[in-house]
Design a protein around this ligand. Sequence first.
Ligand code: ACM
Length: 525
Amino acid sequence: MKNKILVYLLSFLFTLVFLSCSASLKDEKELLNLRNTFSNIIPKPVSITPTNKFFILDKSAKVYVEPMNTETSFIGKYLAGIIKPSTGYSLQVLKSDENAVERNIYLTINGKDKSLGEEGYELTVSEERINLSADAPAGLFRGVQTLRQLFPYSIESSDIEPGLWEIPTGTIKDYPRFEWRGVMLDVARHFFSVKDVKSYIDLSALYKINYLHLHLSDDQGWRIQINSWPNLSTYGGSTQVDGGKGDYYTQAEYSEIVAYAQERYITVVPEIDMPGHTNAALASYPELNNDGIAPSLYTGIEVGFSALAIKKDITYKFIHDVIKELSAITPGPYIHIGGDEAPKIDSIDYVHFIDKVQSIVYSFGKKMVGWDEISKANLFPTSVAQHWDNEIILNAVKQGVKVIMSPASKTYLDMKYDSTTGLGLFWAGYIEVKDAYNWDPATQMGGISENNILGIEAPLWSETIINLDDIEYLAFPRLAGHAEIGWSQVKGRNWDEYKERLAEHGLRWTEKGLNFYRSPQVLWK
Ligand code: ACM
């Protein structure tokens, strides 16, 4: 009997030991599966040289910055802030100490390699340390996004994850192909809170986007407080598409968005659309109308019916005052004046109008950006034309003006993915993830080549979207592809390889709780 009990006891103990061993073996296997490689980075870097080992980050690591100043310490803290939620490590950010013995992260602005430019960086990971160096703070910030992507995907979790925080060793040298890699958010058709805009900024920063174009006014709403014309926002901003309650940004809120973007090396470009797309302004001030009668507020989604009274002096006083206030709260060099879809205005009058508005913009020390149609006017060499749907853009190119490529059939994030997509429109066609990726700005339109192009931008119009979940669904995965088209070299870019990287980013997005579209074109993990 005694022997029997002993045998039972022993076999029970043996089973326990066996089970706990196999559990830890399984954990180890899972951890190995979590390991990342250099081949998952989006946008794809210029050059990668793997050395096939791993740096292990532990809780004693520090982030050393050189030189230590407001910008570098902000970037160091931003990196520590990314690492903290999932690892539970609170990495200190300190002035560089070359004698430190732990495995640390070094962020350095050394200005040694001029070929990197403002936004380029060099990242070297060895078993002992991580070195990220750049010529300018923007480059460090972009490099931090790459480093973030080298961690296992669970780094993006907002809960502490059990993990061996391993980063593959090797060197990356990287810089952007195009100077302008933008996203546009239409806050006029539907309004989005400061918090939502900040979230979109964070998601864009992850993919090295550097311009946020805010479409601040349209027929359905005026979204920025203008002190000298207060009804624009209080009345013109009071509703939105489908008649819900609208809203607007106070100048302080707008400045908060601008500063948040700036900390992420993203420049805000405010757009006040004119002379068409102006019903909200016309409804707010009767004197801006040809007949002096204010129309009703508009909550539909038609275009092309509204126009400022472009022969009245008061209209130019209005534009002057708006651009003056907007310029004062916009540190970036550009003001976007729209200029699209104004069929109510005669061609000659339209040219006069844009010429005059251009002078107003430059009188406040800003450069003008406008959609295709502004190419009919006499553009200054530093004005910028944004291509969306019209060959008239070639007129701008002939004038030596640079172009932002936003062809609607490729970059409009509000186009449905396919016929089953609940959100979005489809006037420019369905845009599946592959269609959004498989094109190149320099070959998209005859007459526009690489050196005519300032960059690319992906607009998100908001007729059908009402919240951040909707923004995420239409923007992801496509935004990642546009970011790569704007940043990465065209050589070596191909869909079959890209879609593998995208699948790994799906894991990251899941960790973040992002509401992305699981396209059947990608084998999600
Ligand atoms: C535009 O889509 N009307 C620029």
